[in-house]
Design a binder for this molecule. Structure first.
Ligand SMILES: C[S@@+](CC[C@H](N)C(=O)[O-])C[C@H]1O[C@@H](n2cnc3c(N)ncnc32)[C@H](O)[C@@H]1O
Length: 324
């Protein structure tokens, strides 16, 4: 066990037993947990041809099917129904991370997924709150292609994609969104709990560099958010500087922000702050882990300003309807 993991474990606000469980999980490297989101392409009452685990999870969603723990047999990504786009497979952590969306007091008029590829959070947002207009943005050209392919395959034809940097969004669409998803690039420490090597992910240069980039993304996202709107901040890493500390940084700088409590996530409340910040750890049995916090920009929501036409230039429905 590396000394860096041991050092990190001591910084996460865990009890001694949890710390032991965390270290065990990191060593085992087998804590991914698959889930499927049933898509609009699926026939009515569709049941995927995989075993499912019916344990109730108050933070999940009826359109999500959870696979049994460490199921080595079901390979949902290799079945014909996957090609048909009837479901989108992802780690259960992503489902958990989007649970706060159940507490939005309105159906979003317009959603921006700032860091969208390969598409899991956008697909979950569609299932959970069905924003009327929804732009899935990805800065990386190759990843943008993957995102568009996934959205098309799964039948999310009502979405648009874009490839602007967060600062370009802030300049071109201030106050234009009432829901923003910032599933930010991070040091990805939870990959280790899945058994995927991620050299350097505990190094201060990696966590510090990511924290800085995340703050840039979050500050730009805030400029795009209308008063009364919501920003969901999520990562798949454990480092406090990329999670709670970024939230506290925003709250200090932006008194118009508040965190939103999510009662069904209380068992996951971060031990590092009183704010409504939640941590999924690899010993919780719901995937490799992650962080989630829903921020509300206080104020009465005015009508959203119109978006420039060029921001809506890439609707999914204009792509060829056949994707192999
Ligand atoms: C954690 S992944 C997003 C996963 C996606 N939300 C999902 O659920 O499938 C982060 C994404 O942010 C993109 N990214 C990298 N640097 C960025 C930046 N400076 N601003 C915005 N997005 C960035 C990456 O290319 C990557 O696709």
């Amino acid at each position: 066990m590396s000394s860096q993991i041991l050092k990190l474990a001591g910084k996460l606000g865990l009890s001694p037993d949890q710390e032991k469980d965390f270290l065990e999980a990191m060593q085992a490297g087998n804590r991914s947990r698959s889930a499927l989101v049933i898509t609009p392409k699926a026939p009515e009452d569709y049941v995927p041809p995989v075993p499912s685990d019916a344990v109730p999870r108050s933070w999940s969603h009826p359109r999500v099917i959870v696979l049994p723990e460490r199921d080595a047999v079901a390979k949902p990504g290799s079945l014909p129904d996957y090609g048909q786009g009837f479901y989108y497979p992802l780690d259960l952590s992503s489902v958990w991370e989007t649970a706060p969306l159940a507490h939005l007091p309105f159906r979003p008029e317009r959603c921006l997924d700032m860091c969208a590829s390969p598409g899991g959070k956008s697909i979950l947002a569609q299932a959970r709150v069905a924003p009327r207009e929804h732009i899935a943005n990805e800065v990386h050209p190759r990843r943008l292609g993957i995102l568009r392919h996934n959205l098309l395959r799964c039948g999310f034809l009502n979405l648009y994609t874009q490839r602007l940097r967060p600062d370009q969004w802030a300049e071109q669409a201030p106050g234009c969104f009432d829901l923003i998803l910032a599933d930010a690039p991070c040091s990805g420490q939870s990959l280790l709990a899945k058994g995927i090597p991620n050299p350097g992910c505990f190094h201060a240069a990696a966590t510090g560099g990511n924290a800085k980039r995340q703050r840039g993304i979050l500050l730009a996202a805030l400029q795009c958010l209308v008063p009364g709107g919501f920003l969901l901040y999520t990562t798949c890493t454990y480092a406090p500087e990329e999670n709670e500390r970024n939230v506290l940084y925003l709250l200090k700088r932006h008194p118009e922000l508040e965190t939103v409590s999510v009662p069904e996530l209380e068992p996951f409340h971060s031990g590092l702050t009183e704010e409504a910040c939640y941590r999924l750890m690899p010993f919780h049995g719901a995937g490799a882990g992650g962080f989630t916090c829903l921020l509300h920009k206080k104020g009465e929501k005015p009508p959203l300003p119109p978006l420039a036409d060029e921001l809506l230039a890439w609707p999914i429905h204009t792509m060829n309807s056949q994707v192999s």
